[in-house]
Design a protein around this ligand. Structure first.
Ligand code: C2E
Ligand code: MG
Ligand code: MG
Ligand code: MG
Length: 286
C-alpha cells in the first residue's frame, strides 16, 4: 500500500500502513475459518408502518460471533470480505439463512405476511453466470427482498443486468442508503426498484428547517410519482418518526423501534406489533 503524494510523487510507506495490511490479511484468514466453522449469524431489525405502528418486515443484518473479539458488526469485516471476494460465499450463506428464517416465520400465521430483506454487495451482482454464488441460480421465495446501494450498481457493469434479471424473476428490490449517491434521482427511475430507503444521514436532520428536510421531502415526492415505498432509515427519536411521517415517509426503521436483534426477539417484536390482515407495504415493493 504505497501512496503517491503531491506533484513530487514521493512514495511513502508508513509503519501503520504495514500494520494495517497485516491486519487485513489476518482478518481474511479468520473470515475463511469463520465461514467453515459457521461463526456468522443474522440479526433482524423491524421495518415499521408509521401510520399504524405495525411491523411489516425485517432487514437481515450480518453479525460475526468472533471467538476472541465477540459479536462484530459488518463495519469490522465487510470491507475485507468484499476485497477478498469472500463476500460471495458469505453472501450466499446470508441468503440461505434469511430464506430459512423467512420460511420458518411464514409457517406461523401471525408472522406469515412479513418480508425479510437482505443486503447485497456489488461483487454478488457481478458473479459470472452459472458459477457458485450466481444469484440467478438461487431460489427467491415470496417475501424475500434484496437491498442494493446505488454505489454498488455504479461499481459493476454487470450489476444492472443482474438486477433487471432479478426483477423479471419477481424479486422485490430496494435502493439502500438512498440519497448518498450523486445520481440518486436517475437511479430511482432507471433501476427496477420498489422501495427507496432514505439514508440515515438525512433522517438525522429531522425535524429540521426547510433546508434540512429538503432531501427527504424530494425523495417522498419522487417516490409518489414512481409509486415506490419510502423507508426512513436510522430513526432514533419520536420527533424524527413524527417528522418523517409528516413529510410523507410511509415506513421507518431505527433504534427508536428496535435495534437489530436475534431472530427469536425479532419474532416477539413482530407479535407485539402485529401486521394482521393489512399489507401496507404494497406498490411495486411487493
Ligand atoms: P445498511 O444496510 O444501511 O443497514 C443499516 C445499518 O444502520 C445497520 O448497521 C443498522 O444496525 C444501523 N442502524 C439501524 N437503525 C439505526 C439507528 O437508529 N441509529 C444508528 N446509528 N444506526 C442504525 P450494521 O448492522 O452495522 O450494518 C452496516 C452495513 O453493513 C449495512 O448498512 C449494510 O450496508 C452492510 N451489511 C449488513 N449486513 C450485510 C450482509 O448480509 N451483506 C452485505 N453485503 N452487507 C451487509
Ligand atoms: Mg440495508
Ligand atoms: Mg441503509
Ligand atoms: Mg448504510
Amino acid at each position: 500500500a504505497a501512496k503517491r503524494s503531491g506533484k513530487n510523487r514521493t512514495v511513502l510507506f508508513e509503519p501503520h500502513m504495514h500494520e494495517q495490511a497485516l491486519a487485513r490479511v489476518d482478518t481474511e484468514r479468520q473470515l475463511r475459518v469463520a465461514l467453515r466453522e459457521k461463526q456468522f449469524a443474522l440479526h433482524y431489525q423491524p421495518v415499521m408502518h408509521l401510520a399504524s405502528g405495525r411491523c411489516v418486515g425485517f432487514e437481515a443484518l450480518l453479525r460475526w460471533q468472533h471467538p476472541q473479539r465477540g459479536l462484530l458488526t459488518p463495519g469490522a469485516f465487510l470491507d475485507v470480505a468484499e476485497r477478498s471476494g469472500l463476500i460471495v460465499p458469505l453472501g450466499a450463506w446470508v441468503l440461505r439463512e434469511a430464506q430459512r428464517q423467512l420460511q420458518e416465520w411464514q409457517a406461523a400465521p401471525e408472522l406469515s405476511g412479513l418480508f425479510v430483506s437482505v443486503n447485497l454487495s456489488a461483487q454478488q451482482l457481478g458473479v459470472e453466470a452459472g458459477t457458485p454464488g450466481d444469484l440467478l441460480t438461487m431460489t427467491f421465495p415470496p417475501g424475500l427482498h434484496l437491498e442494493i446501494t446505488e454505489h454498488s450498481l455504479a461499481d459493476t457493469p454487470e450489476a444492472l443486468r443482474a438486477m433487471r434479471a432479478l426483477h423479471r424473476r419477481g424479486v422485490p428490490l430496494m435502493l439502500d442508503d438512498f440519497g448518498t449517491g450523486f445520481a440518486s434521482l436517475s437511479a430511482a427511475q432507471r433501476f427496477p426498484v420498489g422501495t427507496l430507503k432514505i439514508d440515515r444521514s438525512f433522517v438525522s436532520f429531522l425535524p429540521g428547517d426547510a433546508r434540512q428536510t429538503a432531501i427527504v421531502a424530494s425523495v417522498v415526492t419522487l417516490a409518489r410519482h414512481l409509486e415506490l415505498n419510502v423507508v426512513a432509515e436510522g430513526v432514533e427519536t419520536p420527533e424524527q418518526a413524527r417528522s418523517a411521517q409528516a413529510l410523507g415517509c410511509g415506513f421507518a426503521q431505527g433504534f427508536l423501534f428496535s435495534r437489530p436483534v436475534p431472530a427469536a426477539a425479532a419474532a416477539a417484536f413482530a407479535r407485539a406489533h402485529p401486521l394482521g390482515e393489512d399489507r401496507p407495504f404494497g406498490g411495486r415493493g411487493t
